[in-house]
Design a protein around this ligand. Structure first.
Ligand SMILES: NC(=O)c1ccc[n+]([C@@H]2O[C@H](COP(=O)([O-])OP(=O)(O)OC[C@H]3O[C@@H](n4cnc5c(N)ncnc54)[C@H](O)[C@@H]3O)[C@@H](O)[C@H]2O)c1
Ligand SMILES: O=C(O)CC[C@@H](O)C(=O)O
Length: 314
């Protein structure tokens, strides 16, 4: 069995795969021209979010049986092409959800208390306690757009902080929510945007969510609201977001994901009321060990004809 891993992976997963066959591991392969050549005799292809798994790329791997996704977002994979070829697709369901949830709290607290900015001012010789008077997140309203694996984990933690939680997710199976179990009051997109102090996005990027947060939607937000996007860049219209942040229609934004990564010359880079991180919300040592082991084990299960709970239904 030959496995090709085209992006960064943690050693534990690679060790498991090495025991059952040959592995080619090159964290930069996703951007190399010889990618199609390297995968031509592969049985398994393991990717993260940078490898573009197109129909054309799949044509260069006629014997491909399984694709493993070291994460959960599938927007870099042509799902129809995978289905047409009858290739199995497994993802690391849940493995980074806690990390993303904790990232959301990290940025909420940063906006509420400004610890990094205050540190800079103390290092510069200031002791400006009045300027760094913060705000509590207790009693504030958190609006979740998408209440899946990540959204529910955020809700559980937000409850512990005494936040009010509202959420929009039109695709939840009715039995599942009981969102009251997680303290989430379901509402329309418009209600969630207009009532929230913090708005956090947790939807996949697809046709229904591209530019879900656009100029019209942003108009509804409180001028004091903070928007957090750790889902995918294309879910927010960045031009509309820039205008809202510059004109004071929105107080701030934290973006872990952008339409173009890295953003290079984006006007968002000029703003002070923004936190920008390089797609690291789900990237912790714990989540990545879990991810690499989960994908390796599940790929092997699929190859052995055993059932896998990480198989993507297509
Ligand atoms: N920044 C990171 O490091 C990072 C890490 C993990 C996941 N993600 C992104 O977060 C997304 C969500 O992850 P998850 O594990 O919670 O996925 P999930 O599938 O468990 O949950 C997604 C939820 O979004 C809902 N949804 C789908 N379309 C919607 C719409 N139009 N409006 C409102 N809700 C909608 C679904 O019903 C589902 O409940 C992933 O698809 C991925 O793109 C980013
Ligand atoms: O592939 C990555 O490293 C990012 C992971 C994250 O965006 C996901 O969709 O799980």
């Amino acid at each position: 069995m030959k496995t090709v891993i085209t992006e960064l992976n943690w050693a534990k997963g690679n060790e498991i795969l090495t025991k059952v066959g040959e592995i080619i591991y090159d964290p930069d392969l996703w951007k190399k021209q010889d990618l199609p050549k390297v995968i031509q005799d592969a049985d398994v292809l393991i990717v993260r979010n940078q490898t573009k798994v197109t129909r054309l790329l799949l044509q260069s791997a006629p014997g491909l049986k399984v694709i493993g996704r070291l994460g959960v977002g599938l927007d870099n994979i042509d799902l129809q092409a995978v289905k047409d070829r009858n290739i199995a697709l497994v993802c690391a369901k849940n493995a980074n959800s806690i990390s993303v949830a904790e990232y959301v709290f990290a940025v909420m607290f940063t906006f509420a208390r400004h610890p990094a900015e205050a540190t800079v001012s103390v290092k510069q010789g200031y002791w400006d306690r009045k300027r760094y008077t913060g705000a509590e997140i207790y009693g504030k309203t958190l609006g979740l757009i998408g209440i899946g694996e990540i959204g529910t984990r955020i809700a559980i933690r937000a409850n512990a902080f005494g936040m009010n939680i509202i959420g929009y997710d039109p695709f939840l199976p009715p039995y599942e929510l009981a969102t009251s179990d997680f303290g989430v009051k379901l509402a329309s997109l418009e209600e969630v945007i207009s009532c929230s102090d913090f708005i956090s996005l947790h939807v996949p990027l697809n046709k229904s969510t591209r530019y879900l947060i656009n100029k019209q939607v942003l108009k509804l937000a409180k001028p004091t609201a903070i928007i957090i996007n750790s889902a995918r860049g294309g879910v927010i219209d960045e031009k509309a977001l820039y205008e809202a942040l510059v004109s004071g229609k929105l107080a701030g934004a934290a973006l872990d994901v952008l339409e173009r990564e890295p953003p290079l010359d984006s006007s968002l880079l000029e703003l002070n009321n923004i936190i920008l991180t390089p797609h690291i919300a789900g990237l912790t040592e714990e989540s990545q060990i879990k991810t690499s082991v989960m994908v390796a084990r599940e790929v092997i299960k699929v190859l052995n004809g055993e059932p896998s709970s990480c198989l993507v239904n297509m």
